[in-house]
Ligand binder design. Structure first.
Ligand code: PLP
Length: 348
């Protein structure tokens, strides 16, 4: 989760939070293989990490079927989102996104004077691809899509999204944020990296913060056409912020299929528990392909959030469609039990 002002304040002022379910972190990692690789790499910490980063870049390129010049590394995906925000934000025109969605790219672009056009989600809380296609015009300089979407946890139909990418990228570049893609049933089918491979003007952002549990270690990458990577690189540190130990730890985790499976499985157990808790209380929820669940509240979000915080449980709230919503991140089962207990008390 991008530390918004609210989030920073919450975590700083409430260090006593017993269940941190407000930033979509993953407490099931980092992987033992990643920790081992990190520790082994610390001795080389005095060197600039060109070789380590090259290794990670080449491994990602090989797996995704692109050349390394299609890949830009960062210490988390936020700095890649920021590079795109600066590069496209400084151009004439507007950036298009769904609403609500993950906003860090558009907010940065907005801060440097760029216009932001928001397209409401459909009634099933997904990106409205038809409306986004219609709204992509000559003045559109970037289309941002978060798939799966944060805060709704919804995923688009891969065939429909692929059609959208192929046709709409002829009008404007498309940026797809796939932070949560590892949690969907079939990430390789759902990912739009194939559109980059096929030469379309599509960018894919990935982070190690979620399934790999690197939110504090910081690693991410962007896959795009080499000429786009070159342009964006000029607005970044050129991967300079990514440390050598983190790059090698990320590489170990990236190649650790067992850990990824474990991470997804534990997340699902917590999610099933939350679904069951909500159902038992007769609350609806938006079925989620991520490590968080969004559900409608029956009270003001501020009131709910504060009452939960007072019980040591951090969650986040949203307001859209004239409705207050809670987004709860998946923690370990003990965290989810604390959530269930506090939720029961607060809403009864
Ligand atoms: N993109 C999405 C959709 C997110 O939800 C987040 C964080 O929660 C990020 C990007 C940024 O993550 P990071 O900078 O840790 O890679």
């Amino acid at each position: 989760e991008l530390p918004s002002q609210y989030l920073n304040r919450t975590l700083r002022e409430r260090p006593e939070l017993q269940a941190r379910l407000l930033a979509n972190e993953n407490p099931f990692g980092p992987a033992p293989s990643a920790k081992k690789a990190f520790a082994a790499a610390v001795d080389d910490g005095f060197k600039y990490a060109f070789a380590e980063k090259r290794q990670l870049q080449e491994a990602i390129a090989a797996k995704e079927g692109v050349t390394p010049d299609h890949i830009m590394l960062g210490a988390g995906s936020t700095e890649l989102l920021m590079a795109a925000a600066l590069y496209y934000g400084l151009k004439e025109g507007h950036i298009l996104s769904a609403d609500p969605s993950y906003t860090s790219l558009m907010r940065m672009a907005d801060r440097i004077g760029s216009e932001w056009v928001k397209v409401p989600l459909t009634s099933d809380y997904k990106h409205d691809l038809n409306a986004m296609d219609t709204r992509t015009v000559g003045a559109t300089k970037l289309v941002y899509i978060c798939n799966p979407n944060n805060p709704t946890g919804t995923t688009l139909d891969p065939a429909k999204l692929e059609d959208f990418c192929k046709s709409v990228s002829k009008k404007a570049p498309i940026f797809i944020d796939e932070a949560y893609i590892d949690y969907v049933a079939n990430p390789d089918v759902t990912s739009m990296i194939k559109c980059v491979r096929d030469g379309h003007n599509v960018m894919i952002a990935r982070t190690f913060s979620k399934v790999h549990a690197f939110a504090g270690l910081r690693a991410g990458y962007l896959i795009a056409q080499p000429e786009v990577i070159k342009e964006l690189d000029a607005f970044s540190t050129g991967g300079g912020t990514l440390s050598g130990p983190t790059a090698l730890a990320a590489l170990a985790s990236y190649q650790d299929a067992d850990f990824i499976k474990y991470s997804v499985k534990m997340n699902k157990e917590s999610k099933d528990f939350v679904y069951k808790t909500l159902k038992a209380m007769d609350y609806e929820y938006v079925p989620s392909d991520t490590n968080f669940v969004l559900f409608p509240l029956r009270m003001h979000g501020d009131q709910f959030r504060n009452a939960m915080m007072d019980k040591g449980v951090g969650i986040r709230t949203w307001e859209f469609n004239r409705q207050h919503w809670c987004r709860v991140s998946m923690g370990k089962m003990d965290d989810m039990k604390l959530f269930a207990q506090a939720f029961n008390q607060v809403v009864s």
